[in-house]
Design a protein around this ligand. Structure first.
Ligand code: MN
Length: 240
């Protein structure tokens, strides 16, 4: 006779063997690694949202191929690494430019840099810096136009692949700098000018080549039209 208890046991056994063991293991691994696994953030707008400044196809490939690859490789490179389990910011502060750290350095940088890049862009056109950031820009550079000229010059002058940054140093002073590859100003053991970034521009060819080919200056001029200065101002406020 099939009692309710025996029926339940049978049902449980059928359910257990209905799931492939590999799937169960994979779920358990995700749970046990959840504190150290980095994920691709939500973009927050459509791939087409930054047209005509940044084209849809470039956004699609840049976000879902390039940024995703940095996230995946970061997770892989941390598997047996001493920095596993640390926050992204701590990893960037501690990472060294040596063979042991190089994959973590490149991919942690790639993840952090692109996180900021998507956030400081806005659909529907850019605004102007406001509040205390506007004051700080005028104090440091003389005027917004003068800052803009210097930032464009820095971004245009990056040799090969890299980034240009507006950051805040330990004395709360703004500064413009450039970095190679996926380096950034948080990497104390790697770059000369260190601080907390509030604005960045990606000048790797993958950020502009489909639309602009070799015309990096045109890409930079159009990128400026898509900066979300409200977010940059908030980044600045959050540091002070
Ligand atoms: Mn990029």
């Amino acid at each position: 006779m099939v009692t309710p208890t025996r029926f339940f046991n049978l049902f449980f056994l059928i359910m257990l063997f209905s799931f492939p063991q590999s799937e169960i293991n994979a779920q358990m691994m995700v749970q046990s690694q959840s504190s150290s696994v980095f994920t691709l953030p939500e973009l927050g707008y459509e791939f087409s949202a930054l047209e005509p400044y940044i084209d849809t196809e470039t956004m699609k490939i840049h976000y879902s191929k390039h940024h995703k690859a940095y996230v995946d490789k970061l997770n892989t490179s941390l598997e047996n690494h001493k920095l596993k389990g640390k926050s992204l910011e701590t990893i960037l502060e501690m990472v060294m430019e040596n063979d042991e750290d190089m994959s973590v350095l490149n991919n942690a940088g790639g993840h952090y840099n692109h996180n900021m890049f998507w956030k400081i862009l806005t659909p529907g056109g850019g605004t102007q810096p406001s509040g205390s950031l506007e004051d700080a820009i005028i104090k440091k550079f003389g005027s917004f136009d003068e800052f803009s000229t210097k930032f464009v010059k820095a971004a245009t002058g990056v040799f090969g692949s890299g980034w240009a940054w507006l950051s805040v140093d330990k004395n709360n002073e703004l500064f413009i700098s450039t970095t190679k590859n996926q380096d950034n100003p948080l990497m104390k053991n790697v770059v000369k000018m260190t601080g907390t970034p509030i604005l960045c521009i990606d000048v790797w060819e993958h950020a502009y080549y489909l639309k602009y080919q070799n015309k990096r200056a045109d890409y930079i001029a159009n990128f400026k039209q898509a900066i979300n200065w409200d977010v940059v101002s908030k980044n600045y406020e959050s540091i002070k």
